[in-house]
Design a protein around this ligand. Structure first.
Ligand code: ZN
Length: 245
């Protein structure tokens, strides 16, 4: 049975001499592992279509394991991303997050919509890190380690003195621990994180990180993924973080 799906390529693996297996993340079927015959031949029609984070229209024969590509058209190749190392790094990282948080044939339409909207903005805007953090917040929630950002993590008090990664979110004066391994007290960082957490797909275009928060926010997310997620993200280290502010 042929099935038409729209989706974004999140992984490609060489297979046999001329073929490739790609993962396509779709709103309707989740992640679809897809065999693309002849993808590595010089004259393959699917050179652009099978590139990482290309958004395309795929006609497939759906199987229980590996599905087969019959035909495909590129919807958006994201030229601007592919021409810029920083944009590429962020987009590759998003692909890795999607692969880690999703299962084959288990759809998550909302995550797909975030993913597509953020790639579209990477392509056209200058903001990268802030958009990436919005996506990371979505992924952390799905991994069951979302930050508690509505009042103190322990008592729900609104008198917040910091963000404790050990406690998993905001903390009040009573529940802040002196030997906390990762405590953030800078109000600008906390305010920025709360603003990122309030974003919707419609407001994403307005995301801008204050310069002084860029480095510490990257450290916060690295720490959360490294210590609590159980997933290893090899592309995380390529995300540019200025060492001097
Ligand atoms: Zn408290």
């Amino acid at each position: 049975m042929h099935n038409q799906i729209k989706g974004i390529v999140t992984r490609r693996i060489d297979f046999k001499e001329n073929d490739e297996i790609i993962s396509v993340y779709t709103p309707t079927l989740g992640r679809v592992p897809l065999l693309v015959r002849g993808a590595k031949r010089a004259n393959s029609r699917y050179k652009a279509l099978t590139q990482l984070f290309t958004y395309g229209d795929f006609t497939i024969s759906q199987r229980e394991g590996l599905s087969l590509l019959y035909q495909g058209e590129t919807i958006d190749y994201f030229n601007q991303i592919k021409a810029d190392y920083d944009k590429m790094s962020h987009a590759a990282y998003l692909c890795e997050l999607v692969n880690q948080v999703s299962q084959d044939y288990e759809p998550d339409k909302e995550l797909f919509e975030w993913f597509l909207a953020i790639l579209q903005l990477y392509n056209t805007s200058v903001e990268l890190a802030g958009l990436t953090h919005v996506f990371e917040l979505q992924v952390l929630q799905r991994l069951g380690i979302g930050l508690q950002l509505y009042g103190c993590s322990i008592c729900n008090s609104q008198h917040i003195v910091g963000l404790s990664l050990t406690m998993g979110g905001l903390v009040c004066a009573q529940h802040v621990s002196q030997d906390d391994r990762f405590l953030v007290t800078d109000p600008v960082v906390i305010k920025t994180l709360l603003a990122l957490n309030r974003q919707t797909i419609d407001t994403l275009a307005n995301v801008r990180l204050p310069k002084e928060t860029v480095q510490v926010l990257r450290q916060i997310f690295n720490y959360l993924f490294e210590n609590y997620s159980g997933v290893y993200l090899k592309s995380q280290k390529f995300l540019t973080v200025p060492t001097k502010l």
